[in-house]
Design a protein around this ligand. Structure first.
Ligand SMILES: Cc1cc2nc3c(=O)[nH]c(=O)nc-3n(C[C@H](O)[C@H](O)[C@H](O)COP(=O)(O)O)c2cc1C
Length: 176
């Protein structure tokens, strides 16, 4: 599979279509050598502080949160719909219990600019360094969303990652 460097905004509609189904894969790596992968359904790509950023939402209960707090870098990997089962596994099992790369048969490939790897099976990759984070604040959130999304608290921390590299398989992206 040929992967070329891409403008981070070149395939936004493909990114969002696949983020909404089957979801994307967030890879983090804490102090341990072993990376962790989890499914994400919420993210955005944009410009903040004149920088291209990828913003992700991670609940404190996730192992990925612990990894991110240890090393504030991540990769976001877009995968195709035929990988829905693997995304589901990465979104229902914690890296505290199992090595999800092995369980979901995903291959980690070294990143160009950050420590957490990218996923070989992905078709679009964003390598990011956290430049800011903030909390979802219940006091500022619509009550209906608190009730529907935060019955157990566990309010997301929102990580703003400056995009240090973006690359992917242009042909596969054009087929989406
Ligand atoms: C499609 C899908 C999207 C998800 N999106 C998010 C998300 O954006 N943020 C989040 O904190 N958890 C999200 N989850 C839940 C985590 O992926 C799940 O709790 C995972 O097991 C956490 O893994 P970890 O403990 O190894 O970090 C999602 C799950 C699925 C199936």
């Amino acid at each position: 599979m040929t992967k070329a460097d891409l403008d981070p905004f070149a395939y936004l509609s493909e990114f969002y279509k696949l983020l909404s189904s089957p979801g994307a894969l967030l890879v983090t790596q804490g102090w341990e050598d072993r990376p962790n992968v989890m499914a994400i359904g919420w993210a955005h790509i944009g410009i903040v502080w004149s920088k291209p950023v990828c913003i992700v939402y991670v609940r404190p209960s996730r192992h990925s949160y612990t990894c991110l707090e240890q090393q504030r870098q991540f990769t976001v990997n877009t995968v195709t719909r035929d990988m829905a089962e693997m995304v589901e596994l990465c979104g229902t099992v914690s890296g505290r219990e199992r090595d999800k790369f092995t369980a979901a048969k995903l291959s980690a490939v070294p990143s160009k600019k950050v420590k957490p790897p990218v996923i070989e099976q992905g078709i679009l990759h964003y390598e990011c360094r956290v430049v800011h984070y903030s909390e979802v604040q219940p006091a500022n959130l619509h009550r209906e969303i608190i009730v529907s999304r935060y019955a157990e608290g566990d309010f997301h921390r929102v990580y703003y990652g400056e995009i240090a590299a973006c690359y992917g398989d242009g042909e596969a992206l054009q087929r989406i």
